[in-house]
Design a protein around this ligand. Structure first.
Ligand code: B1M
Length: 211
């Protein structure tokens, strides 16, 4: 097995230390950083994403795999910057105002980072204007809103309205998700996309950013 496959396999098993060691070995052997990222780390995370969609792995496995990916990515970050490799897109994400649930939001973030997107994490209890101001200031292609409470999902409609008022609605996509959110709700509030799970959210974000 080549070193890139070994990185991918160990990442899928959540073996952070092994991933870190192997990534350093690959760097030392002169493997191009983009290859280490694409064929090692991102390929491993993509397998986990697909398995998560099919319920073959669950939240804990995704979290340890994401931690392993972050360990490897830390070593690559400065080298990628030197090589001028840029992210495939930029998005901001947060759990909406009044809502403190962040496990699902963090999973979406990790999956997106696992697909090479730059993700600005606004945390929880995020006001509609913060989503919109961040998207404007940071040139985000997508605003990602998560909500877990029926009492807070309505804030997503305010995000859509604020984006319209700020005149950026045609420049930024708005994606919504979280347990109480549905496709019908997404359409009702005029958002662009609802996805039911983190891996599908990341898949769509990559497509939307490269469109
Ligand atoms: Co809360 N809570 N909670 N809670 N909590 C729920 C959501 C609840 C369903 C429990 C219940 O009553 N059965 C209920 C909501 C009822 C409702 O609104 N209909 C509830 C309640 C009522 C509350 C409080 C009001 C309780 C109280 O204080 N009386 C309170 C509210 C606090 C607040 O937010 N202001 C509260 C507090 C908490 C804790 C702090 C204790 C804790 C949160 C810890 C944390 O997040 N750091 C907590 C937890 C853990 C839960 C449950 C048990 C689990 C939620 C979770 O993390 N699921 C939950 C019950 C349940 O779901 N069984 C519950 C796992 C996570 C991976 O799933 O977030 O759905 P989820 O994310 C999925 C998808 O939805 C999707 O991807 C993820 C996986 O692929 N997804 C997106 C998520 N965001 C997305 C965004 C996207 C796309 C996809 O695009 C942008």
């Amino acid at each position: 097995m080549g070193i890139l496959d070994e990185i991918s396999e160990n990442l899928q098993k959540g073996k952070s230390k092994a991933v870190k060691t192997l990534v350093q070995q690959a760097i030392d052997q002169g493997v191009p950083v983009q290859q280490i990222l694409d064929q090692g780390l991102l390929s491993g995370m993509s397998v986990i994403g697909e398995k998560f969609k099919k319920n073959e792995v669950f939240v804990p496995e995704v979290l340890v795999a994401a931690r392993a990916m972050n360990m490897g990515a830390q070593l690559l970050k400065p080298l990628l910057a030197q090589a001028g490799v840029s992210a495939t897109g930029r998005v901001c994400i947060g759990t909406v105002k009044g809502d403190l649930h962040d496990i699902g939001k963090n999973l979406v973030k990790m999956m997106m980072e696992g697909k090479g997107l730059e993700v600005i994490d606004l945390g929880t209890d995020v006001a509609p204007e913060t989503f919109v101001e961040t998207a404007q200031r940071e040139n985000c292609q997508i605003i990602c809103c998560s909500a877990l409470l029926t009492t807070t999902m309505g804030v997503m409609e305010e995000v859509v309205q604020r984006a319209q008022e700020a005149g950026i609605r045609d420049q930024v996509k708005i994606m919504v998700g979280g347990a109480p959110v549905t496709e019908a709700f997404c359409q009702k509030i005029g958002a662009d996309k609802y996805t039911s799970d983190a891996a599908s959210a990341a898949d769509w974000a990559v497509e939307a950013c490269s469109a």
